[in-house]
Design a protein around this ligand. Structure first.
Ligand code: ADP
Ligand code: ADP
Ligand code: ZN
Length: 226
């Protein structure tokens, strides 16, 4: 059962690739009944579906660069229009540029919604490389795993759904990691100051263990949505 919330919460998870945003967003989703909204997942679905946006995004994602704000905003707006988001959202991997942050402010204020917290998961570059390099997910339910840090309890069997097929992302390789880090530092890291200036920034030690981070995040979400 999830904890109840009186109004729609808007939480942002900020952090470099591999910081643990998706892992934590899924845990918050279960605990608080929020909806995880990952622009990376939405873009990968568009690539698989072969939509116009997906076709435009594919090569950019494989090169570890950022997809254009226009494409990402169109996908985000469509998803935000679905009724389940009224429960509250955890934005995972969005916004990633100052332009996206400004567009989000406009979108939320038009719906009389506001950001409750922008949580920065702070991880150093070496750890980010380790996390991305060992990442894989369940092909059936999307649960995230790691070669070293989070293996299924029973070998090759998903803890969540019992599935036995796993996959790795095309962009989780040594060649693109450098480009993704560069994009993060150039375009996304400035958002930490942006949200600090608005008084909604919360910093969390992303180097800690998954459960310790979940405890920190849970306390923040409980506090800002009380
Ligand atoms: P992001 O969504 O920020 O890119 P993920 O949640 O996919 O990151 O995590 C990246 C990888 O690191 C995954 O393989 C995940 O299992 C693992 N991971 C996540 N959080 C931690 C942590 N606190 N300590 C060690 N490994 C972690
Ligand atoms: P990670 O957290 O490991 O960087 P994501 O799944 O969030 O991975 O994103 C994968 C890729 O999708 C990014 O490298 C980028 O090309 C694209 N992408 C995802 N979200 C955005 C966004 N908000 N703006 C631009 N590009 C994005
Ligand atoms: Zn599974």
């Amino acid at each position: 059962m999830s904890e109840t919330m009186t109004r729609a919460a808007v939480l942002i998870l900020l952090g470099p690739p591999g910081a643990g945003k998706g892992t934590q967003a899924r845990m918050l989703e279960e605990r608080f009944g929020l909806v995880q909204l990952s622009t990376g997942d939405l873009l990968r679905a568009a690539v698989t579906a072969g939509t116009e946006a997906g076709l435009a995004a594919k090569a950019v994602m494989e090169a570890g660069q950022l997809v254009s704000d226009d494409i990402v905003l169109a996908i985000l707006k469509d998803r935000m229009a679905e009724p389940d988001t009224a429960k509250g959202v955890i934005l995972d991997g969005f916004p990633r540029t100052p332009g996206q942050a400004e567009a989000l402010d406009a979108l939320l204020s038009a719906q009389e919604m506001a950001i409750d917290a922008a949580i920065s998961l702070e991880v150093d570059d070496a750890e980010m490389v380790r996390r991305v390099s060992g990442r894989y997910t369940c092909a059936d339910c999307g649960e995230g795993y790691h070669d070293e840090f989070k293996q299924p309890a029973t070998a090759e069997t998903c803890d969540k759904c019992g599935g036995t097929a796993f996959k790795r992302r095309a962009d989780d390789n040594a060649e693109t990691v450098g480009a993704r880090l560069t994009a993060y530092h150039a375009s996304t890291a400035p958002l930490i100051a942006y949200y600090e200036a608005r008084g909604v920034l919360r910093r969390v030690d992303g180097m800690a263990a998954i459960d310790a981070i979940a405890t920190d995040l849970g306390a923040i979400v409980a506090e800002v949505t009380a």
